[in-house]
Design a protein around this ligand. Structure first.
Ligand SMILES: NC(=O)c1ccc[n+]([C@@H]2O[C@H](COP(=O)([O-])OP(=O)(O)OC[C@H]3O[C@@H](n4cnc5c(N)ncnc54)[C@H](OP(=O)(O)O)[C@@H]3O)[C@@H](O)[C@H]2O)c1
Length: 222
Protein backbone atom coordinates (compact mmCIF):
# COMPACT_ATOMS: atom_id res chain seq x y z
CA UNK A 1 0.00 0.00 0.00
CA UNK A 2 1.39 3.44 -0.92
CA UNK A 3 -0.85 5.66 1.23
CA UNK A 4 -3.59 5.26 3.81
CA UNK A 5 -5.26 8.60 4.48
CA UNK A 6 -8.07 9.79 6.73
CA UNK A 7 -10.26 12.77 5.82
CA UNK A 8 -12.64 14.21 8.43
CA UNK A 9 -14.39 17.45 9.34
CA UNK A 10 -14.58 18.29 13.03
CA UNK A 11 -16.02 21.04 15.19
CA UNK A 12 -13.85 23.34 17.30
CA UNK A 13 -14.54 20.99 20.23
CA UNK A 14 -13.29 17.99 18.27
CA UNK A 15 -16.62 16.30 17.45
CA UNK A 16 -17.59 14.69 14.14
CA UNK A 17 -21.29 14.05 14.87
CA UNK A 18 -23.84 14.11 17.68
CA UNK A 19 -24.26 11.24 20.12
CA UNK A 20 -27.17 9.96 17.96
CA UNK A 21 -24.60 9.36 15.16
CA UNK A 22 -27.00 10.46 12.46
CA UNK A 23 -26.11 12.69 9.52
CA UNK A 24 -24.99 16.23 10.44
CA UNK A 25 -23.80 18.89 7.99
CA UNK A 26 -20.58 20.39 9.32
CA UNK A 27 -18.56 21.86 6.44
CA UNK A 28 -19.22 24.52 3.80
CA UNK A 29 -19.70 23.77 0.06
CA UNK A 30 -15.95 24.52 -0.27
CA UNK A 31 -15.21 21.75 2.26
CA UNK A 32 -17.46 19.37 0.35
CA UNK A 33 -15.53 20.22 -2.83
CA UNK A 34 -12.24 19.53 -1.04
CA UNK A 35 -13.63 16.12 -0.09
CA UNK A 36 -13.99 15.39 -3.79
CA UNK A 37 -10.45 16.61 -4.52
CA UNK A 38 -9.04 14.34 -1.79
CA UNK A 39 -11.15 11.37 -2.92
CA UNK A 40 -9.86 11.87 -6.45
CA UNK A 41 -6.32 11.18 -5.22
CA UNK A 42 -7.27 7.72 -3.91
CA UNK A 43 -8.17 4.37 -5.51
CA UNK A 44 -10.69 3.32 -2.87
CA UNK A 45 -12.77 4.99 -0.14
CA UNK A 46 -13.84 3.08 2.99
CA UNK A 47 -16.61 3.79 5.55
CA UNK A 48 -17.61 2.13 8.82
CA UNK A 49 -21.11 0.65 8.96
CA UNK A 50 -22.41 3.39 11.29
CA UNK A 51 -21.30 6.09 8.88
CA UNK A 52 -22.84 4.14 6.03
CA UNK A 53 -26.19 4.05 7.89
CA UNK A 54 -26.05 7.85 8.29
CA UNK A 55 -24.93 8.44 4.71
CA UNK A 56 -25.63 5.45 2.40
CA UNK A 57 -24.21 6.99 -0.78
CA UNK A 58 -21.45 5.80 -3.11
CA UNK A 59 -18.19 7.56 -2.25
CA UNK A 60 -17.75 9.01 -5.70
CA UNK A 61 -15.83 11.81 -7.34
CA UNK A 62 -17.97 14.45 -9.06
CA UNK A 63 -17.07 16.64 -12.04
CA UNK A 64 -15.34 15.90 -15.36
CA UNK A 65 -12.08 17.70 -14.45
CA UNK A 66 -11.40 15.42 -11.45
CA UNK A 67 -12.41 12.30 -13.38
CA UNK A 68 -10.10 13.27 -16.30
CA UNK A 69 -7.25 13.85 -13.82
CA UNK A 70 -7.82 10.36 -12.38
CA UNK A 71 -7.71 8.80 -15.85
CA UNK A 72 -4.48 10.70 -16.69
CA UNK A 73 -2.96 9.27 -13.49
CA UNK A 74 -3.91 5.73 -14.55
CA UNK A 75 -6.73 5.36 -12.01
CA UNK A 76 -10.30 4.08 -12.53
CA UNK A 77 -12.80 6.89 -13.26
CA UNK A 78 -14.32 6.37 -9.81
CA UNK A 79 -12.75 5.14 -6.59
CA UNK A 80 -13.94 1.76 -5.35
CA UNK A 81 -16.57 2.41 -2.67
CA UNK A 82 -16.30 0.08 0.33
CA UNK A 83 -17.90 -0.54 3.73
CA UNK A 84 -16.95 -2.59 6.79
CA UNK A 85 -19.86 -4.42 8.40
CA UNK A 86 -19.38 -7.52 10.57
CA UNK A 87 -22.80 -9.12 10.00
CA UNK A 88 -24.01 -7.27 6.87
CA UNK A 89 -26.87 -5.72 8.87
CA UNK A 90 -27.13 -2.78 6.51
CA UNK A 91 -30.01 -0.70 5.13
CA UNK A 92 -31.33 -1.82 1.77
CA UNK A 93 -32.65 0.14 -1.21
CA UNK A 94 -30.06 2.87 -0.74
CA UNK A 95 -28.32 4.97 -3.43
CA UNK A 96 -25.12 2.98 -2.62
CA UNK A 97 -26.84 -0.32 -3.39
CA UNK A 98 -28.21 1.05 -6.64
CA UNK A 99 -24.96 2.61 -7.85
CA UNK A 100 -24.36 -0.14 -10.41
CA UNK A 101 -21.33 0.40 -12.60
CA UNK A 102 -19.04 1.52 -9.77
CA UNK A 103 -17.08 -1.11 -7.89
CA UNK A 104 -18.63 -1.70 -4.44
CA UNK A 105 -17.19 -3.97 -1.79
CA UNK A 106 -18.25 -4.93 1.73
CA UNK A 107 -15.75 -6.35 4.19
CA UNK A 108 -17.59 -8.60 6.67
CA UNK A 109 -16.68 -10.79 9.62
CA UNK A 110 -16.70 -14.60 9.59
CA UNK A 111 -20.20 -14.76 11.15
CA UNK A 112 -21.91 -12.89 8.31
CA UNK A 113 -24.88 -15.10 7.27
CA UNK A 114 -24.50 -16.72 3.84
CA UNK A 115 -27.98 -15.59 2.84
CA UNK A 116 -27.02 -11.94 3.37
CA UNK A 117 -23.73 -12.46 1.51
CA UNK A 118 -25.70 -13.84 -1.46
CA UNK A 119 -28.21 -11.01 -1.31
CA UNK A 120 -25.47 -8.35 -1.55
CA UNK A 121 -23.70 -10.30 -4.29
CA UNK A 122 -26.96 -10.36 -6.27
CA UNK A 123 -26.77 -6.52 -6.14
CA UNK A 124 -23.34 -6.54 -7.80
CA UNK A 125 -21.48 -6.03 -4.51
CA UNK A 126 -18.36 -8.07 -3.75
CA UNK A 127 -18.42 -9.40 -0.18
CA UNK A 128 -15.06 -10.28 1.38
CA UNK A 129 -15.33 -12.33 4.56
CA UNK A 130 -12.57 -11.92 7.12
CA UNK A 131 -11.20 -14.61 9.43
CA UNK A 132 -12.44 -13.01 12.68
CA UNK A 133 -15.71 -11.55 13.98
CA UNK A 134 -14.67 -8.22 12.40
CA UNK A 135 -12.64 -7.70 9.24
CA UNK A 136 -9.16 -6.60 10.31
CA UNK A 137 -7.31 -3.61 8.83
CA UNK A 138 -4.51 -5.91 7.57
CA UNK A 139 -7.00 -8.21 5.82
CA UNK A 140 -8.64 -5.15 4.26
CA UNK A 141 -5.34 -3.73 3.00
CA UNK A 142 -4.32 -7.16 1.67
CA UNK A 143 -7.55 -7.50 -0.32
CA UNK A 144 -7.19 -4.00 -1.76
CA UNK A 145 -3.56 -4.59 -2.68
CA UNK A 146 -4.40 -7.79 -4.55
CA UNK A 147 -6.72 -5.64 -6.69
CA UNK A 148 -3.93 -3.13 -7.44
CA UNK A 149 -5.34 -0.54 -5.02
CA UNK A 150 -2.47 1.42 -3.51
CA UNK A 151 -4.03 4.64 -2.20
CA UNK A 152 -6.82 4.12 0.36
CA UNK A 153 -8.94 6.86 1.91
CA UNK A 154 -10.79 6.30 5.20
CA UNK A 155 -13.79 8.59 5.48
CA UNK A 156 -14.73 7.61 9.01
CA UNK A 157 -16.21 7.35 11.33
CA UNK A 158 -14.15 7.39 14.47
CA UNK A 159 -14.30 3.65 15.12
CA UNK A 160 -13.09 2.69 11.64
CA UNK A 161 -10.32 5.31 11.81
CA UNK A 162 -9.32 3.94 15.24
CA UNK A 163 -8.88 0.41 13.91
CA UNK A 164 -6.34 1.64 11.34
CA UNK A 165 -4.64 4.17 13.65
CA UNK A 166 -4.21 1.61 16.44
CA UNK A 167 -2.65 -0.81 13.92
CA UNK A 168 -0.24 2.01 12.94
CA UNK A 169 -1.41 1.94 9.32
CA UNK A 170 -2.34 5.61 8.76
CA UNK A 171 0.12 7.78 6.82
CA UNK A 172 -1.74 11.09 6.69
CA UNK A 173 -4.77 12.83 8.15
CA UNK A 174 -6.74 15.59 6.41
CA UNK A 175 -8.77 17.59 8.90
CA UNK A 176 -11.17 20.47 8.35
CA UNK A 177 -11.90 22.45 11.51
CA UNK A 178 -15.33 24.02 11.16
CA UNK A 179 -16.38 27.04 13.23
CA UNK A 180 -19.06 25.17 15.17
CA UNK A 181 -19.41 23.36 18.49
CA UNK A 182 -21.45 20.25 19.25
CA UNK A 183 -20.33 19.10 22.69
CA UNK A 184 -21.62 16.03 24.49
CA UNK A 185 -19.48 13.40 26.20
CA UNK A 186 -21.09 10.69 24.04
CA UNK A 187 -20.62 12.52 20.72
CA UNK A 188 -17.86 10.82 18.67
CA UNK A 189 -14.47 12.25 17.75
CA UNK A 190 -12.56 11.18 14.65
CA UNK A 191 -10.45 8.72 16.67
CA UNK A 192 -12.55 6.45 18.93
CA UNK A 193 -11.52 2.88 19.89
CA UNK A 194 -9.18 2.24 22.84
CA UNK A 195 -6.68 4.96 21.96
CA UNK A 196 -2.97 4.98 22.83
CA UNK A 197 -1.33 4.95 26.28
CA UNK A 198 1.10 7.62 25.08
CA UNK A 199 0.46 10.30 22.44
CA UNK A 200 1.55 9.41 18.92
CA UNK A 201 3.17 12.22 16.97
CA UNK A 202 2.11 13.56 13.57
CA UNK A 203 3.68 16.60 11.86
CA UNK A 204 1.74 19.46 10.34
CA UNK A 205 2.38 19.31 6.61
CA UNK A 206 -0.18 21.78 5.30
CA UNK A 207 -2.33 24.51 6.86
CA UNK A 208 -4.77 26.77 5.04
CA UNK A 209 -7.48 29.16 6.27
CA UNK A 210 -10.49 29.53 3.98
CA UNK A 211 -13.19 31.79 5.45
CA UNK A 212 -13.78 30.54 8.99
CA UNK A 213 -12.52 27.02 8.26
CA UNK A 214 -9.04 25.59 8.72
CA UNK A 215 -7.74 22.96 6.29
CA UNK A 216 -4.97 20.88 7.82
CA UNK A 217 -2.91 17.94 6.67
CA UNK A 218 -0.84 15.97 9.13
CA UNK A 219 1.69 13.28 8.19
CA UNK A 220 2.88 10.44 10.36
CA UNK A 221 6.25 11.26 11.99
CA UNK A 222 8.80 8.66 10.89
N1 LIG B 1 -17.50 14.76 10.38
C1 LIG B 1 -17.04 13.88 9.54
O1 LIG B 1 -16.14 14.15 8.74
C2 LIG B 1 -17.61 12.50 9.56
C3 LIG B 1 -17.12 11.54 8.65
C4 LIG B 1 -17.60 10.23 8.72
C5 LIG B 1 -18.55 9.90 9.68
N2 LIG B 1 -19.01 10.85 10.52
C6 LIG B 1 -20.00 10.48 11.55
O2 LIG B 1 -19.42 9.53 12.42
C7 LIG B 1 -20.47 8.75 13.02
C8 LIG B 1 -20.12 7.28 12.96
O3 LIG B 1 -18.87 7.04 13.54
P1 LIG B 1 -18.64 5.76 14.49
O4 LIG B 1 -17.28 5.88 15.07
O5 LIG B 1 -19.81 5.68 15.40
O6 LIG B 1 -18.76 4.50 13.53
P2 LIG B 1 -18.04 4.03 12.15
O7 LIG B 1 -16.57 4.08 12.31
O8 LIG B 1 -18.68 4.70 11.01
O9 LIG B 1 -18.52 2.50 12.08
C9 LIG B 1 -18.10 1.62 13.07
C10 LIG B 1 -18.72 0.27 12.83
O10 LIG B 1 -18.11 -0.36 11.69
C11 LIG B 1 -18.15 -1.78 11.87
N3 LIG B 1 -16.84 -2.40 11.74
C12 LIG B 1 -16.61 -3.60 11.14
N4 LIG B 1 -15.34 -3.91 11.19
C13 LIG B 1 -14.71 -2.93 11.82
C14 LIG B 1 -13.36 -2.74 12.18
N5 LIG B 1 -12.38 -3.61 11.88
N6 LIG B 1 -13.05 -1.62 12.85
C15 LIG B 1 -14.00 -0.72 13.16
N7 LIG B 1 -15.31 -0.85 12.84
C16 LIG B 1 -15.66 -1.97 12.18
C17 LIG B 1 -18.71 -2.01 13.28
O11 LIG B 1 -20.11 -2.22 13.18
P3 LIG B 1 -20.73 -3.66 12.84
O12 LIG B 1 -20.98 -4.29 14.15
O13 LIG B 1 -21.94 -3.31 12.05
O14 LIG B 1 -19.72 -4.41 12.06
C18 LIG B 1 -18.48 -0.69 13.96
O15 LIG B 1 -19.36 -0.46 15.05
C19 LIG B 1 -21.73 9.07 12.23
O16 LIG B 1 -22.52 9.95 12.98
C20 LIG B 1 -21.22 9.79 10.99
O17 LIG B 1 -22.16 10.70 10.45
C21 LIG B 1 -18.56 12.13 10.49
Amino acid sequence: MRTVSINMAMTIDGKIATAARGPVALGTPYDRRQMQVIRAEHDAVLNGSTTFKAHPFPLHVKGPALIKKRLREGREPQPLSAIVSSLLELPKNTPWEKAAGAKRWIFSGNKAPLQRVKWWESRGVRVLKGKGARPSPLEILGAFESEGIVDLLLEGGGELNAAFLEADLVDQVYLTIVPKVLGGAEAPTWFEGQGFKLPKRFRLDRCRKVGDELYLRYKKSR
